[in-house]
Ligand binder design. Structure first.
Ligand code: LMR
Length: 336
């Protein structure tokens, strides 16, 4: 039975998390229309907030030349359909997670290796380093240009039962992104992986289609996953970051001055949100606790057991990813 306080909290949460409508930016005749479609909440989320801030700057500084509209919450396309939409010119900017490009390249599997990066400082050092920049171009042959990595954070596991050691995940079904590494990771734990679109995860958890999930604090909070889970375990086991991308045809077709101005605004906004992603996730973690959600911290021994359980996954993907890439990512650890 829900108490009065719980109902009050739920009403407040609905008000805060209510899907923001697509920005009603009215584009003028002659302005270049730039559509940015994504799948997450417009507020309280590194990607959602970055997209909104980007649109505000483009609309202020490129007024008369360009006009940006943002479509959050999968309201225009999900991360699968958006790739085709980019090539068809129906949308110009997207930022799916690096786990979602398997149909186009397998190089981004690197980022999915469990416990590869110790923290976001390491992610930052790798992404902005030479190997990270090289990987931005991994899909140019299929018509996509990587504009930069957009960070979210490290992922945490949650389920309908407490997860403290890997054995706790045995026999449970987890939602994962469409990534072979994520599937292997769940199987290494003795669980079953279900690839589901992001927009279906809450309902799948609520109805018991899956028992658990893995995501960042900001997704777990803004999508309310914690409300239908026993607790969230602070495993920090895998990165969630995005490739902000566009189509090569669209970018090459822009007037040079417009392209230069847009790309310069884009990278400034991207960098500033990458610097804030950790703080946004820390706030979400805190909000989960304040909302009555359970956050379980692992002891060093418990954490080591998760690392050990998932380490064999690396060997399944090492050859395809390339030892040089893995070494470069590992070398970024300790950058903070
Ligand atoms: C997911 O599917 O869990 C994420 O890719 C969603 C997102 O964009 O953060």
């Amino acid at each position: 039975m829900r108490t009065f306080a719980t109902w009050l909290f739920l009403l407040a949460l609905v008000a805060v998390l209510r899907p923001a409508p697509a920005q009603a930016e009215v584009c003028q005749d002659g302005e270049l229309v730039i559509r940015f479609a994504h799948v997450v909440a417009a507020r309280g989320h590194p990607k959602g907030e970055m997209a909104t801030a980007l649109a505000a700057r483009v609309n202020a500084e490129m007024d008369g030349k360009a006009c940006m509209r943002v479509y959050p919450n999968s309201e225009l396309f999900d991360d699968n359909a958006v790739m085709e939409a980019l090539l068809m010119g129906e949308v110009q900017i997207a930022a799916p997670s690096l786990s979602k490009f398997e149909a186009y390249t397998l190089k981004y599997r690197l980022f999915d290796l469990p416990f590869l990066f110790e923290d976001m400082a390491a992610v930052n050092a790798f992404a902005y380093g030479s190997k990270g920049r090289e990987l931005l171009r991994a899909m140019e042959d299929v018509g996509f240009v990587g504009l930069g990595y957009l960070f979210n954070g490290l992922k945490q596991f949650s389920a309908t039962t407490p997860l403290l050691v890997p054995q706790d995940a045995q026999g449970l079904a987890f939602r994962v992104q469409p990534s072979a590494v994520a599937v292997a990771m769940i199987e290494a734990l003795g669980g079953t992986a279900r690839r589901l679109p992001f927009k279906d995860v809450f309902a799948a958890l609520e109805r018991g289609v899956v028992d658990g999930q893995e995501n960042t604090w900001s997704n777990i909070y803004t999508q309310r996953f914690f409300q239908v889970q026993n607790g969230v375990s602070e495993t920090n086991h895998q990165l969630l970051a995005y490739l902000a991308l566009t189509s090569k045809e669209w970018l090459d077709g822009l007037e040079p001055a417009v392209r230069i101005q847009f790309l310069s605004i884009f990278s400034e906004v991207l960098d500033s949100f990458n610097a804030r992603a950790e703080a946004i996730n820390a706030r979400s973690r805190q909000k989960i606790i304040e909302a009555g959600g359970t956050v379980r911290q692992l002891t060093p021994e418990e954490r080591r057991a998760w690392v050990e359980a998932m380490k064999p996954v690396w060997d399944q993907f090492r050859d395809r990813i390339g030892q040089d890439m893995i070494d470069a990512a590992l070398a970024a650890n300790g950058a903070g």
